[in-house]
Design a protein around this ligand. Sequence first.
Ligand SMILES: [Fe+2]
Length: 443
Amino acid sequence: MRNFLILLALFSACNSLYLPEQVHIALDWEDTGMRVSWSADQPSYGSVVQYTPVNSPNDTVTKFAYSNMGSWKTFLNMDVSKILQRHIHVCTALMSGLIPGGYYKYRVGSEMYGWSSHFAFRAKRNFTDDPLIRLLVYGDFGIGQQAEATTERLIQETETYHYDAILHDGDMAYDFPSYDGSYGDRFMRQIEPYASKIPYMTSQGNHEADTATLHYLYRFNMPSKSKNLWYSFNLGKVHFLAYTSEPPFWNQTGLQKQQQEFIDNDLSTYNRTEYPWLVVFGHRPLYCSANWSTSGLEDWVPPVIRNNNDCLQDAQVVRNTFEELWHKYKVDFVINAHVHAYERLASVYHNVSVPCEYEDQNTCIGASEPVFVVTGTPGNQESYAPISPTPLPFSMAQDAGWGYSRLTVFNSTHLYWEQIRSVDQTISDWFWLIKSSKSTAYN
Ligand SMILES: [Fe+2]
């Protein structure tokens, strides 16, 4: 009996190495598909995703109608010290043939090595009857105490499954490779409660470059031919384009050339009539307000950590790389992060605001150039950027409290943006971007 119990304990311990965790989903190329990714300490042969339609995400299921094979990939984590090394295993699978707007339950794993919990999601809607879309948006989300308030809010926000996607605009975990990759695991576990139910769409930040690059390329599975670096997708009346702002900062001229070819091709060929809104998201800001009251290069000292380089020299590099593209293709809305504060800018081109046909503090009707936002306050263990006392002349709103953004696009003409404080869910900024008949003609 004793030997049997020892064997049972050993078997359980070994099996736990294969248990799926860190489950998250993403939109697919096909409207009827949903991608799922997960990790385990060890890859296991025969891993699948099983899924089945349900009337409600709260339904319990014992049988799954469909099963699709997963595909494991392994990469080597390189700790910042470059001494510790660990293999990290990520499995991806596709849930296909989904009924638009239908609810599904799913699990990942295998009969032999164990299953994940049961999760639920809503398949992408067809938007024919109701084009309204809702997204949660933020960048610069780490782990630990600073991330707790926003994590709690995001779990609450997604309880009812009424969000169509979450945009994480770069910088995660701080950093994925730290402590033998355990920071990456902690971050992916932290987002699982909502990233397993709402498509979690990402862009690469500077914290997903260098030794963290492989984590970004392998842990996520965007509908992208560039390993998650750039891609596009449609929701409601919006064409979204994700891009990486990193190439000019790492002398990746060839990579930027490839990205620009993608952007040129994508934005010159997609159906603007069907998707009149064009929203792009990438990590580093083109515009943000510096803090001239600090010395700039010495400001990495808490609590004043608004890095002026980000909004001065680096923002100029980002503008040199992307602004003509956003101007040429008449982008409506540019979402950035990187600075750990919230800021909304006006409609801007070449460092000068371009008046809307009508505008007030919270409204722009008929913009002819993009409106810019910086949303980098969900919480992270790295730094904190207080409100700039020297805002740009076209800075329309700032907030420094931990928070996140909501993007609601009602139809072909009305886009609504708001910034939510995580501590009490109050709205710290709100903004209407409305197309006029003239601005629609710009497109
Ligand atoms: Fe960043």
